[in-house]
Design a protein around this ligand. Sequence first.
Ligand code: HEM
Ligand code: HEM
Ligand SMILES: [Fe+2]
Length: 479
Amino acid sequence: MLNKTAHLSPSKQLAMNYFRVAIVLFGAQLLFGLVIGLQYLFPGFLYEIVDFSVARMIHINALVVWMLYAMIGSVYLMLPDETGIEKPVGMGLGKLAFWVLTAAVAVVVVVFLFIQVGPGKESSIWFINEGREYLEAPRWADIGIVVVVLIFYANVFFTYMKGQKTGIMTVMVANLLAVAGLYLAGMFFTDNISMDQYWWWWVIHLWVEATWEVFVGTLAAYALLRVIGAKREIVEMWLWIEVLMLFGSGILGLGHHYFWIGTPEYWWEIGALFSSLEPVPLVAMFVHVLYDWGKEQGEHEAEGKGSSIKNGPTMAWVTTNAFGNFLGAGIWGFFHTLPQVNIYTHGSQFTAAHGHLAFFGAYATILIGMMYLGIQDSYGLKRLKATFKSKMAIFLITFGVLGMAVALTIAGYEQVLVERAELGAGWQAFFTAQNLPWYIQAQVWREIMGVVTFVGFVYLVWDLLTIGKVEAAAEAEEA
Ligand code: HEM
Ligand code: HEM
Ligand SMILES: [Fe+2]
């Protein structure tokens, strides 16, 4: 994906730039994940060189940032197709914003690595670390991110206003405003930790369980149009229904983070009820993808045209997304969403199991799928067939993350039984549970499965770098 962009409109070229940085950050995320996984087993590993707290922070911030990059890339990829405008209105500014953002991300990471410990002062919030999990970027970078995102948004919005207005693009433009607006809730500081957490969850929960999910709905709709030639009316009808359900359950589902942070007790009922409904739209999204696929494929075969799939890897990743979103967010989320259960599982390895499976299933998958669409466009290919490397990549990454999630679920189960139920959740109970064989074995398996995931990632990069050329040669030969 590094070499050929001659066929591309300016918007899609910029999309490819965003994808390139995203994949590099994804690699960094996995490497730091392997480091903290090892530190679970050997606490002295890299002590005072890359401390657990810092490596963990880089692991999850790289995650959020690569996904934001891939999301912006996906929007620039679909923009010309959906609006009919090849060159977004503020293309020059859009490119500048990309470089500014990338430079800022690099500076933030370097500072994280060089200043790992120190006093927490007003100036550290501004220049080193803002201290909110997933959003640790210092405030100067926060403000920079807001400016860059405003440029991006203006670009998308005015291009949309000028071009044709499809349902997919309408949802995208409205939803992006909500994604960007919510970020502001994580930018101001309050001395009261309950209040701070209260607002912080507006970003974290309302991103991943409302606005990002709607984002994924629009990506899946766009991908189904392109990859299997689904009918726009049907895809868009599903999209509107999904949006309604996602917001309907996701917004007040926020309550499942307000059980124990000092917020009023009515949140128990609100959180329990609405968050329990959250899996419903995820089922709908799952059914939607499989239904459309089956239908198009059936019609295609009836007409004797063979397979309807124009991009094999994208279709494989979108299907994995439908399944993984339901499993990781829906099922693993539902497991611990009732306060009666959450009182035992809160902040355990079970939470980490869900976090891994959900972020991977709901977001990593479909964003990788979008990268393959970008490659198809870069080489101007009518069809992109999965190669051996594409298959190894999707198999190893999915198997690895699933394996990690299972291992962490076992560790979480042990914590619930021993640390919480049997020993009463005290300080000593925590350490006793951490040192029992079941827990340690689970952590060993997590690391092994992490290595499997990383090998899959190597295949993915290799495939992304080569698949376009291979397929272009094959297409030329056929012609
Ligand atoms: C794609 C969507 C989702 C993603 C990416 C996601 C991710 C996460 C992550 C990373 C955490 C840990 C946050 C922390 O650091 O404390 C978390 C917590 C939680 N999630 Fe999700 N989640 C998703 C959807 C859901 C759904 C649909 C449900 C319920 C049906 C759910 C229920 C919960 C609960 C109850 C917690 C709190 C766990 C605790 O008390 O420790 N999540 N989620
Ligand atoms: C090489 C593979 C990976 C390894 C070894 C790994 C390891 C870890 C470790 C050790 C933690 C810290 C847990 C703690 O604080 O107790 C963590 C946190 C986290 N990782 Fe990974 N990880 C890997 C890949 C991934 C992937 C692919 C994703 C998502 C796409 C991901 C998402 C997360 C999230 C959301 C958290 C925070 C969870 C929470 O606070 O509950 N990781 N990871
Ligand atoms: Fe949530």
